[in-house]
Each structure stands twice: as C-alpha cells, then as structure tokens.
Design a protein around this ligand. Sequence first.
Ligand code: FAD
Length: 255
Amino acid sequence: MARAAVPRRLSANRLEWHVATLTGRRRETDSASTLILEVPDWPGHLPGQHVDVKLTAEDGYSTERSYSIANAADGNRVELTVQRVHDGEVSPYLLEGMNIGDPIEIRGPIGGWFVWRDMETDPVVLIGGGSGLVPLMAMIRARAAAGSRVPFRLIYSVRTPADAIYADELRTRVRDDKGLDIAYAYTREAPPEWPGQVGRLGLATVATHSWPPDLMPACFVCGPTGFVETVANILVAQGHEPRKVKTERFGPSGP
Ligand SMILES: Cc1cc2nc3c(=O)[nH]c(=O)nc-3n(C[C@H](O)[C@H](O)[C@H](O)COP(=O)(O)OP(=O)(O)OC[C@H]3O[C@@H](n4cnc5c(N)ncnc54)[C@H](O)[C@@H]3O)c2cc1C
C-alpha cells in the first residue's frame, strides 16, 4: 500500500502549478532569450522534458503554452529559452512584458518519452530546427554535467547565423566536451565561405552528420511540425528503427 501511494503522490505533485520567480534573463539572439526561474519545491527534471506556463490577466482571462526546459537539473532552477513568435500572444509577453522578480505559474516537469537519461549508452543523434534546439541543449548540458562520454552528434538547422541560439556555448562545448560533434545547416543565409548548401535540411546532410543506422543510435528530433516530420521520415528511410526516432513538435511553421 505504502509503495503504491508514493508514485501517485509524486505524479500528482508534478501536475501542480508552482509559482516561480523570474530571477534573470539571458539574451540569446535578437528574438530569443533565456528566462531563469527559481521554482520552490521543484522536483527536478530530465533533459527533454517541458513545462506548461500559465499567464492570467487581471480580468481572469488565462492562457497556457508549453516550453522545453533548457538546463540540466540544478536544484530549484529552471531555464526556459523563448523564441519570439511574430504576433504571438504569449512569447512576446514572456520576452518583453516581465520584470525580474515577477511571479509566473508553471507546471511540470512533463514528458517521459522525449528524454535522455545519463545512464544510457547508445550513441545519440540530435536534430533541431530553430528553437527546437532547446530540449536537445538540455541533453548536451546534462551529458556534460554527468561526465558522460556517450557520443553525441547534433545537427542544428537555423535560418541564418544570427538566429542560432547558444552559439557561443556550443562553440566552447564542441572544443571541451569530448565526443560531441556539431553540424549547422542554414535555410536562408550562411556565414561567409560556408562550404555547404543553403536550404532546408535534406537526406545528404542528415546522412553525413548523424550516426549510421547499424549503430542503433537514439535519435531526438525537435522543432516546427513540418521540420520534425521531414527529418523523422528521412531517418526512417535511412534505416533507423522508428522506435529509436523520438520527436517533439513545437508548432506550425518552418525555420
Ligand atoms: C512540448 C512543446 C515545447 C515547446 N518548447 C518551446 C521552447 O522551448 N521555446 C519556444 O520558443 N517555444 C516552444 N514551444 C512553442 C510554444 O509553446 C508556443 O507555441 C510559442 O511560444 C508561440 O506561442 P505564442 O502565444 O507566442 O503564439 P500564438 O499566439 O500561439 O500563435 C501566434 C501565431 O504564430 C503561430 N505559431 C504558434 N506557435 C508557433 C511556433 N512554435 N512557431 C512558429 N509559429 C507559431 C500560430 O499558428 C499563430 O499564427 C513548445 C511547444 C511545445 C508543444
């Protein structure tokens, strides 16, 4: 009886709303920032999980959106990287309408499928489009925090170099985190003297920069819906087992 009661209580706690406090903000690009939240009684999280954020207006109108957790588990600290959606209801407010010290309601951590656990030993392929990098970055950070040497390959598809979030940190990590490789794909504009082609991520780039299917890698794909579906289809067509291709869809449009 007692054993059965514990998981029920834990899962109920996870779905409770917590009142978090915005304690800091880090600019990532012109249109994306990381919100640093302090969440009392935060139960911890796995890289890949997300939270729901609830905003309530003075007249009682309330709306919710999901945001992936960007940081590796770290006490009561939860970091969310928000990309501004033009004409969006919530993302502009999170980026420009909140002051340090403001409260914000969050619920989570949510999700048990799109997660990487640091005891896993399979090589990992991470493929992100735009802000779809956020949960993949949490995996990269958790790998480093755990001292894991599991080989990770990241393919990051982004419109232009200026749109790339975490660019400085990724540059440092690829130098210091042994076994981490990173390849960029640019859909609109590449850096000067970029050797690759500019355009949507295709079979050739995925095949060149991911692990081959016979290594049975764990594949995580995240980004806008169309991007995720295209990339997941490419991976399966290349021979990756569908159950090893885990996906997270953020929203409607492409990078
Ligand atoms: C599991 C999950 C995790 C997510 N994690 C993140 C994250 O880490 N960072 C992040 O920035 N976003 C993330 N999102 C997307 C986020 O939940 C919102 O959809 C996004 O911030 C837009 O909300 P909004 O209120 O500003 O726009 P809305 O008012 O909902 O939409 C305004 C317009 O933009 C379009 N739109 C809505 N969402 C998107 C989108 N994602 N991309 C492009 N166009 C869109 C709508 O169709 C509409 O036309 C995640 C979504 C899910 C489901």
